[in-house]
Design a protein around this ligand. Structure first.
Ligand SMILES: Nc1ncnc2c1ncn2[C@@H]1O[C@H](COP(=O)(O)OP(=O)(O)OP(=O)(O)O)[C@@H](O)[C@H]1O
Length: 397
């Protein structure tokens, strides 16, 4: 065993000195093995079965330990029959043993990677020129922030509707500001229309005269939603006539539309409004109409049912407790983000990932968006079905 360990470590060191590999692998040290076993025992992370004479307990097995520059990774395998969700729920136990700066990822329903870092992800400032290089391929780029593996960016065309939640002062408004600022700088005005609703009247004044419309109360928002509903109906007819599945398959696709609502929970009693928002979440993707919704407390009345499931991406900044965190991301993790960790979040997309949002303050955002001020508002209208049919036509095979 010892000779294998030495051999593997030496292999790694030799390789890293040639610059080919920076990772070396080793068998778990007794200290790691003992900590992991304690976690498995305390959390009852095991499969038990009885034979005639005794009880057999199968714990997860450590299959590998990898050491990179700033991270140690312990890879372990679950025994058949152990629910991976039970392992995720016990992340607090892993933290008690290995410290706060850990991440737990499942590679499959059986294989887990526990990553142990020296320190937390550092806060950083929003710089469009750094971001620009990473978003070139996206149509509607959403810049999430810095994860352990670099800048996290995704395309809204692939992951259509976004929920941003977190308690007051956790970094939501800053994130909405930087997400919208990126979209404004990156997308041509004839390719993207932005509608914003600021029900707290605190944030979106920044975007007045830049986006298509900013509204501040539910009556005005209702008018916008009715307009979008009509637009979706026309776009649906258009897809039908042209026999295509998505507006981007049309020869002249209409502009994408993003509706961003700050503090959507304030609308929970506005049934007509919530109905149209739900409708957008259900059918908007194919029609090129997308939602960005933010809220302080993830309200289960608002998020129950269809809407929550259709919000395919969730950013959970610090939450007040585990129950609220579970509503947003399905686990209690966001309740353990410290109050001092501004802009830190859990991103729920394909899995769960810890990400630090970029910091863009109001003054800098104003400066950044200055060149986009006073652009003429261009209304989104699809003239009429027949005309559109001729204009857009179907893509040549
Ligand atoms: N990404 C970040 N990096 C560093 N600091 C941040 C970040 N985001 C926010 N902060 C700090 O936290 C403060 C509060 O942020 P923000 O206003 O975005 O919170 P919020 O969740 O929107 O609060 P509220 O719901 O009350 O509007 C900011 O003034 C800033 O000092």
């Amino acid at each position: 065993m010892i000779s294998t360990m030495v051999a593997l470590k030496i292999m790694g060191l030799v390789a890293s000195s040639t610059g080919i590999l920076v990772t070396y692998r080793s068998m778990p040290s007794p200290a790691i093995r003992s900590k992991m076993m304690k976690i498995f025992k305390l959390g009852d992370l095991a499969v038990k079965h009885k034979t005639k004479n005794r009880e057999i307990i199968n714990y997860p097995s450590i299959v590998d330990v990898r050491v990179k520059e700033d991270v140690k990774q312990i890879i372990f395998n679950l025994p058949d029959g152990l629910n991976p969700e039970k392992v995720v729920k016990h992340i607090w136990l892993f933290k008690q043993k290995f410290g706060e700066h850990i991440e737990l990822h499942s590679k499959s329903t059986k294989i887990f990677i526990l990553s142990i870092y020296q320190e937390s992800i550092k806060p950083f400032n929003y710089e469009y020129k750094d971001i620009e290089k990473k978003i070139k391929k996206a149509v509607l780029p959403i810049v999430v922030g810095q994860s352990r593996s670099g800048l996290e960016v995704y395309d809204m065309l692939e992951y259509p509707h976004l929920l941003i939640a977190g308690e007051t002062g956790s970094g939501k408004s800053t994130q909405v500001r930087s997400v919208l600022s990126t979209l404004i700088q990156y997308c041509d005005t004839d390719k993207l229309k932005l509608y914003l609703a600021d029900l707290k009247r605190s944030e979106f004044h920044l975007f007045r005269g830049i986006v298509n419309e900013v509204v501040y109360d539910s009556n005005a928002l209702y008018k916008v939603l009715v307009k979008l509903k009509k637009e979706m109906k026309k776009r649906g007819d258009l897809l039908n006539q042209n026999e295509v599945a998505h507006v981007s398959d049309l020869i002249n696709p209409p502009p994408y539309i993003i509706l961003c609502i700050d503090e959507v929970a304030l609308l929970k009693k506005e049934n007509e409004i919530m109905e149209i928002i739900e409708e957008i979440s259900a059918i908007g993707r194919a029609l090129g109409v997308f939602l960005i919704l933010s809220m302080q407390r993830p309200d289960s009345d608002v998020l129950d049912g269809k809407l929550k499931n259709n919000l395919t991406v969730r950013m959970a900044f610090r939450h007040s407790d585990e129950i609220n965190s579970r509503i947003t991301i399905g686990t209690g993790e966001a309740a353990y983000i410290k109050q001092s960790e501004k802009g830190l979040m859990y991103l729920k997309k394909d899995g769960l990932q810890k990400v630090q949002a970029p910091y863009l303050d109001l003054k800098d955002a104003k400066k950044l968006l200055q060149p986009f001020q006073n652009l003429k508002e261009v209304e989104v209208t699809v003239t009429n079905d027949i005309e559109q049919h001729q204009v857009f036509g179907v893509l040549e095979p």
